[in-house]
Write a protein that binds this ligand. Sequence first.
Ligand SMILES: [Fe+2]
Ligand SMILES: [Fe+2]
Length: 153
Amino acid sequence: MDPNAIQEILNKMLLLEESQVTLYSALAAKAPNEELFYGLQRLAKIESDHVKAIENKLKSLFPAPEEAISNLKNALTDGGLKIFGSTVSAVQGLTGLGPLLRAGAAAEEKAMADYRQHIAQIKDFELRDMFWEHLIDEELHYFWLKKKGEQLN
Ligand SMILES: [Fe+2]
Ligand SMILES: [Fe+2]
């Protein structure tokens, strides 16, 4: 796989992970009880670890001159702000616990599908390793959110 394609995938997953941090922080703020508050905060922390892992991978694979790094940061900030805006407005439209948990589960399904798709394309061992770890984390999040939702019924 050519380096540009890999860089593109990493940038895309970075934005997706950043939007997950935003989503769970926003959901935690709306959590109706202590257990869900801590659970959603924990999910936000794990997504933030995913962000850091991808950022480190980008830095090690693509050591760029300062100007290029600052251009990339600006591009990511612009993209990130758009995702942040749409994530926050989507969450603000939600009331009640069921829809909140379903929003989280839907976000995880999207992340899982993306990781699976990229794992099928990528040959680099270290990158596959990181993506598998993230994918399994997302699956655990998905099942946690689903189970918490079912327990409400
Ligand atoms: Fe994640
Ligand atoms: Fe997740």
